[in-house]
Ligand binder design. Structure first.
Ligand SMILES: CC(C)(COP(=O)(O)OP(=O)(O)OC[C@H]1O[C@@H](n2cnc3c(N)ncnc32)[C@H](O)[C@@H]1OP(=O)(O)O)[C@@H](O)C(=O)NCCC(=O)NCCS
Length: 198
């Protein structure tokens, strides 16, 4: 693959790259969530309204096969370039751990139709990815699983939640806005430009 550089939009490296002829090929964003009681109430509403269509719960190791299957089906659904790319999960990646936690929405028949995974660092909890099965989108399920994860992790004492995505992904921007995430970072992806022949 062609070389890429990802820099913050306000970093001096940006003008240096542009001066060297690098070309911006993708824009992405980072966002944070301020959690107060009113926000928690909103998140509870997002989870509650997904019932009875689905039930939302934390993903366990016994869901790994279902997580892998949904991941395979949706592998090509993530817009953007390397800054927002989603790597296909392995069995290990599909199995939650103490620092890689997942929440899912399951139909009455037990089919996994939406999932989100988050990485919990010492201070910051960062969304890894969120995805909804095709045919089940725009039903509130992406926001429901993400809201369930934030609420559960906040109950464990986590206070700093971050997420990010591509500016070419209106669904992801809208779903995160709906939870209350506020965009506060912009990142640019550059590729080497083709220089004019001498
Ligand atoms: C992004 C994604 C997870 C959203 O899940 P979803 O279940 O369809 O979203 P929801 O139904 O919860 O919608 C949440 C909000 O986003 C809006 N929205 C959803 N899809 C939208 C779209 N394509 N365009 C504009 N707005 C959209 C909804 O109207 C809703 O807004 P509201 O709260 O103001 O009513 C889903 O589109 C998806 O799986 N995309 C492919 C994978 C991906 O790109 N993941 C994100 C990067 S990790």
């Amino acid at each position: 693959m062609q070389e890429r550089r990802v820099v913050r939009a306000d970093a001096p490296a940006r003008s240096e790259l542009e001066a060297q002829g690098w070309v911006m090929i993708a824009r992405s964003w980072g966002a944070g969530l301020a959690l107060d009681e009113q926000r928690r109430e909103r998140l509870r509403h997002l989870v509650d309204r997904a019932h009875p269509l689905v039930s939302v719960r934390e993903v366990t190791a016994s869901d790994a096969e279902a997580v892998l299957a949904l991941d395979r089906e949706t592998a090509h659904d993530y817009p953007g370039d390397i800054a927002t790319a989603h790597e296909a999960l392995t069995t290990a990646g599909a199995t939650p751990t103490a620092t890689h936690r997942g929440w899912g929405a399951f139909t009455a028949e037990g089919l996994l139709v939406a999932m989100t995974f988050a990485d919990t660092g010492p201070d910051v909890t960062e969304t890894d990815f969120t995805v909804v099965r095709r045919g089940w989108r725009r039903l509130g399920l992406g926001s429901a699983v993400k809201a369930a994860g934030v609420l559960a992790l906040a109950d464990e004492g986590r206070t700093v939640f971050r997420t990010g995505g591509s500016f070419d992904n209106p669904a992801s921007i809208a779903a995160n806005r709906s939870l209350g995430y506020e965009l506060d970072e912009e990142w640019l992806t550059y590729a080497p430009g083709s220089r004019p022949a001498r």
